[in-house]
Design a protein around this ligand. Structure first.
Ligand code: DAK
Length: 257
């Protein structure tokens, strides 16, 4: 049983994971990250889970890595840090993640949010990479994913000054896709995840992989991947079902085959 997460569902194809370390603004200690990695590993093998929502509290999505825990690690401790393995597991998760972000979303918290496929934030959310204030730098993808999400100019300003940006700025820059009233963020994220959960799982999986390719390959390679993935889907029963349902003017029921 996880101690630092609240797990609900899956309901209507959506598993909800709430980060729950209120005493530390959901700072990501090793135990929490391990529980998250384990939960996602289980969700990957569970056909009932078609999408995941990760959220925190109204006050904080997560205020970063646990600084108190980090203080105890020397260079060798960091080299052998089990958190790296947990981050790698989270990054490999192969179903869509929607992040519902309110309040502080800082450091490792911002990096975790950037592992999501879709970010929805309350108007009070603050995104930042304040590691520089501690004499360190982002270590879970913050320099790489942030540049891809908001562009080099804003990412550089955020990483080198440590100053956070507002949800409005994050929306303009492309880090998040929607802003909501803070009390509606989770509801909206769940609704988006439920919509995705009604789609053909194999199409979702391959479309997601193709979208990821756009971030780390050249255009020709990405287009080739898209073409192969598109062709693969021609062999699925869900494609037949989707097209037949359209012709018969009824909603499609996808099976994942
Ligand atoms: N770690 C541990 N405890 C934290 C915390 C954190 N990141 N953030 C907040 N807390 C704790 C506070 O210590 C306080 O607990 P008590 O002292 O009362 O016991 C409680 O949460 C409430 O915080 P505050 O009293 O400070 O609340 P305020 O509203 O006044 O301020 C704040 C909120 C978010 C502005 C402030 O707490 C703050 O600046 N927090 C630190 C934010 C930060 O610097 N985050 C970056 C951490 S470094 C890596 C992967 C990832 C990383 C590195 C390597 N590898 C895989 C290699 C990531 C690094 C980081 O994220």
């Amino acid at each position: 049983m996880p101690n630092h997460l609240i797990i609900e569902g899956p309901e209507r194809g959506v598993l909800r994971i709430t980060l729950h370390r209120p005493e530390a603004l959901n700072a990501l200690n090793t135990a929490l990250l391990g529980e998250l990695a384990e939960t996602l590993t289980g969700a990957q093998d569970d056909n009932q889970v078609r999408a995941v929502v990760i959220t925190g509290s109204q006050r904080a999505f997560a205020a970063g890595a646990d600084i108190k825990e980090m203080a105890e690690r020397d260079l060798v401790g960091i080299l052998e840090d089990p958190r790296q393995r947990h981050w790698a597991t989270i990054a490999r998760f192969n179903k869509p993640i929607v992040a519902a972000v309110n309040g502080f979303c800082l450091g490792g918290g911002c990096e975790l949010a950037m592992h999501a496929d879709i970010l929805i934030a309350g108007e009070d959310a603050r995104f930042g990479q304040p590691e520089i204030n501690l004499g360190i730098m982002p270590g879970a993808g913050g320099t790489q994913r942030l540049v891809r999400a908001v562009g080099k100019a804003l990412a550089t300003q955020m990483v080198l000054t440590g100053e956070p940006i507002s949800a409005r700025r994050a929306l303009e820059a492309g880090l998040i896709s929607e802003i909501t009233q803070p009390e509606l963020t989770l509801e909206r994220a769940v609704a988006v995840a439920e919509t995705i959960a009604t789609k053909a799982p194999l199409a979702v999986r391959l479309a997601r992989e193709a979208l990821h390719k756009a971030e780390d390959t050249d255009l020709a390679t990405g287009l080739r991947f898209e073409r192969h993935a598109f062709t693969l889907l021609a062999g699925t029963r869900d494609r037949e079902e989707g097209i037949r349902a359209f012709q018969e003017k009824r909603p499609a029921t996808f099976s994942g085959h």
